[in-house]
Design a protein around this ligand. Structure first.
Ligand code: ADP
Ligand code: MG
Length: 244
């Protein structure tokens, strides 16, 4: 379980990104984190990962989060990932093995078997020898998903994984995430597209610097909560806030 108490983040330039957040992420679920641009969604993930300095207390399975970071597989917002790095698809997926290896150890036959199974699972076994720079955005995101599978972490954090990718890749990734949940994993996804929220997420965090609400999607994905986060102009599923 990930538990967050009194989390606040102020960036060095004085920008307040998160204000006194208290929440607990349920285990064995797929949780969406939504809110407008600049709401602090990425900052929330980065705080758990200790990538930004913050105040408050974050624990993972009762331990200080900084001691449990190996339990998290993280795919950052796509614009930040280096696409042009000269590395094959298979090598890229194998990077998921390294957090679990000792210093200077290399992946073994068993690890490579896991890599190849993960590639198969995301439908890209035939691409194993290609350079990652040759992949489409959706294929690359599937490769990052395969890397998460290989890592075997209990918690999986994805920051806007579906932006700019094709619908086949999106469906494959969502299928895998639901399978991971079935295998006892806990998935957090920063997400943009409100039309998919009900289909994708068991639980939802609605954020706009402050926590607007957290709960089951069926309970909290309401026009009232969306207006609190996005303002009056929020549009949901082609309708507006007055639609039932
Ligand atoms: P979101 O992911 O919801 O779009 P972010 O967490 O990226 O929001 O950013 C929240 C706020 O913090 C924004 O106002 C953003 O401009 C600011 N911010 C994010 N990263 C930095 C940074 N490294 N330095 C200064 N301000 C930042
Ligand atoms: Mg973001």
């Amino acid at each position: 379980m990930i538990d967050i108490k009194r989390l606040s983040v102020i960036y060095p330039n004085g920008a307040k990104a998160l204000d006194d957040i208290n929440l607990t992420f349920s285990e064995r679920s797929v949780t969406g984190i939504i809110g407008p641009n600049g709401a602090g969604k990425s900052t929330l993930m980065k705080s758990i990962l200790n990538l930004v300095s913050h105040s408050g207390k974050i624990t993972i399975d009762g331990e200080d989060a900084t001691k449990e970071l190996k339990q998290i597989a993280y795919v950052e917002q796509k614009s930040h990932v280096d696409y042009t790095f000269p590395i094959t698809v298979r090598e890229c997926v194998s990077l998921g093995v390294y957090p679990n290896l000792g210093l200077f150890r290399r992946p073994k036959a068993k690890d490579w078997k896991n890599v190849d199974e993960a590639l198969d699972d995301v439908g890209l076994a035939d691409f194993a020898g290609r350079q990652i720079s040759e992949l489409s955005g959706g294929q690359f995101q599937r490769i990052l998903m395969a890397r998460c599978l290989v890592q075997g972490a209990k918690y999986i954090f994805l920051d806007e994984p579906f932006v700019g990718i094709d619908s086949v890749s999106e469906a494959i990734i969502m299928r895998i995430l639901k399978e991971l949940k079935g295998n006892g994993k806990t998935v957090l996804i920063v997400h943009h597209d409100l039309s998919k929220v009900k289909a994708y997420f068991d639980n939802l965090v609605i954020l706009n610097k402050e926590l607007i609400t957290i709960g089951k999607t069926t309970d909290v994905f309401t026009p009232e909560n969306l207006v609190k986060a996005y303002g009056d102009n929020v549009v949901i599923q082609g309708g507006n806030k007055n639609d039932k």
